[in-house]
Design a protein around this ligand. Structure first.
Ligand SMILES: NC(=O)C1=CN([C@@H]2O[C@H](COP(=O)(O)OP(=O)(O)OC[C@H]3O[C@@H](n4cnc5c(N)ncnc54)[C@H](O)[C@@H]3O)[C@@H](O)[C@H]2O)C=CC1
Ligand SMILES: O=C(O)[C@H]1O[C@H](OP(=O)(O)OP(=O)(O)OC[C@H]2O[C@@H](n3ccc(=O)[nH]c3=O)[C@H](O)[C@@H]2O)[C@H](O)[C@@H](O)[C@@H]1O
Length: 463
């Protein structure tokens, strides 16, 4: 079967970039990305491509090439579903905040809504693709809902998890390490798998397109994130040991990472991992393991999260301790609020939790981030509900200029590894700070010797 029309439900950080790249690489396929959020769709359609809602290097170029040709953004979900041969579900699957599994299980209400809408609207056979990250065995639920439509339409369900990382989404989509497609192993299932393989094969070498049964595919996505996050927690655990032993975590990371069996990637010690997926997906894995009664398995993976929480708190405590055990009324300048560089996404960013901890001690926090809008900083803090939003706006100020953010501060904390931070006029920053002037480098990106020469007191992670 040749796919002519694709519909993607969910125009977020995954749906938007993924579909833009499919449309760019497959000009013969019409791709329509739909969302309930009208403002988001309007932003994707903005004449000024720099105003699309997701900041990713290279994305605006891809969108301007394909948009209006074979890439469309719309709020008419029913029409797009009805016209499509293949429907990607790319909606959010956050951690549940209520009821059974609260704080761990994935909230699948948006997935179920999509399935019910597809079932209600479809008048012809469809391939439904799970693009969202889902608990293993979700395809069973989707099948159940879709098979009870009563209108005789046949559905095939595929799992095609997304492995892109924010900040490098376009590059990851154009040159993926692998594409994973899981589906039923009967004849109809294999045909559906082949239809999706043929789309990716337009630009991805065949040997990089892996096909599996649907359960392996669903579970591999959760597991891949768990393994990656585990590496960060492992190196962060060692960073604390380094700080007590005069070992240097950068040297340790290089020494262990040159073992080809270990490899050099994902060994950067940091203030802690953030992002919308690592924590959510590991908690989900923990929940699934517990629901099968696998206590040791659940505890093992939960430790990755416990270590990450510890790392964030440890960073905040180090600031407090170094500033003579009180930050009350002291200005701490945050450089970076996003959860990593080259993205405007702040979900689960370590900066939020470090700020919250310092605010609890009555610090004043000044924030500068090159891509995060002012309101987002307040929204993130208010969401924690630790204190009133009035208090948050009194204690936190967001700046458009990094030099203003650092002016009159007792300390600068690096929360995101934006490249521009390395190239600032640090002498100018030093001159305008209170003394002693401290820098807490939560990303180990600054040149320690050079800054110490200026007069700063530097506190990196893990040395
Ligand atoms: N953000 C990332 O880097 C990655 C995310 N994922 C997974 O992809 C999924 C989506 O993540 P994001 O794109 O980050 O989420 P997001 O929150 O940015 O986007 C989801 C979008 O779906 C829309 N939506 C929800 N229910 C809808 C419905 N019934 N009909 C139409 N639109 C609906 C929302 O309005 C929202 O715009 C999640 O399962 C996530 O775990 C996977 C790989 C990478
Ligand atoms: O499922 C997802 O959402 C995605 O989750 C991660 O991607 P992402 O969260 O966008 O970004 P990462 O590059 O993985 O970084 C996650 C966090 O770990 C931190 N990190 C990463 C690497 C490292 O060495 N040290 C470190 O502290 C980053 O700063 C960031 O806060 C995975 O890398 C993607 O493969 C996956 O598709």
């Amino acid at each position: 079967m040749t796919v002519k029309k694709i519909c993607c439900i969910g125009a977020g950080y995954v749906g938007g970039p993924t579909m833009a790249v499919i449309a760019k690489q497959c000009p013969d396929i019409q791709v329509t990305v739909v969302d309930l959020n009208e403002a988001r769709i309007a932003a994707w359609n903005d004449h000024d491509v720099n105003k699309i809602p997701v900041y990713e290097p290279g994305l605006s170029e891809v969108v301007s090439e394909a948009r209006g040709r074979n890439l469309f953004f719309s709020t008419d979900v029913d029409q797009a579903i009805n016209e499509a041969d293949m429907i990607f579900i790319s909606v959010n699957t956050p951690t549940k905040t209520y009821g059974a599994g609260k704080g761990q299980a994935a909230d699948l209400k948006w997935i179920e809504l999509c399935a019910r809408q597809i079932a209600r609207v479809s008048k012809s056979d469809k391939i439904v693709v799970e693009k969202s990250t889902l608990p293993v065995r979700t395809a069973r639920t989707l099948k159940d809902i879709l098979q009870h439509t009563g209108n005789g339409v046949k559905f095939q369900i595929l799992s095609n998890p997304e492995f892109l990382a924010e900040g490098t989404a376009v590059e990851d989509l154009l040159k993926p390490d692998r594409v994973l497609i899981g589906g039923d192993q009967d004849e109809e299932g294999k045909k559906a798998i082949e239809a999706l393989v043929n789309i990716y094969a337009q630009w991805v070498p065949r040997e990089r397109i892996l096909t599996t049964n649907v359960w392996s595919s669903e579970l591999s996505k959760l597991t891949a994130n768990a393994f990656l996050a585990q590496r960060v927690s492992s190196i962060n655990a060692l960073s604390e040991l380094c700080e007590h032993t005069e070992a240097d975590i950068n040297e340790v990371a290089r020494a262990i990472g040159t073992d080809s069996r270990i490899g050099p990637k994902f060994l950067k010690a940091s203030v802690g991992f953030g992002g919308s997926c690592f924590q959510k997906d590991i908690l989900n894995l923990v929940y699934i393991a517990r629901s099968y009664g696998l206590t040791e398995v659940a505890d093992y993976w939960e430790q990755v999260i416990i270590m990450n929480d510890h790392q964030k708190k440890r960073f905040a405590n180090k600031i407090i301790k170094t500033l003579y055990n009180t930050v009350n009324g002291k200005k701490i300048a945050f450089l970076g609020w996003a959860f990593k560089k080259d993205t405007n996404d702040t979900r689960e960013s370590a900066a939020i939790y470090v700020a919250d901890h310092l605010l609890y001690e009555q610090a004043h926090v000044g924030v500068y981030d090159p891509k995060v809008p002012e309101q987002q900083v307040y929204t993130d803090l208010d969401y924690l509900a630790t204190r009133s939003s009035d208090e948050n706006s009194k204690l936190v100020q967001v700046y458009n200029d990094p030099y203003e953010a650092c002016k009159d501060a007792h300390a600068v904390a690096i929360l995101t590894e934006w490249d521009e931070f390395k190239h600032y006029d640090w002498q100018r920053i030093y001159d305008n700070m209170l003394k002693p002037a401290h820098i807490f480098d939560g990303r180990n990106i600054l040149d320690k010797a050079k800054l110490e020469n200026i007069g700063f007191k530097i506190c990196p992670i893990g040395s």
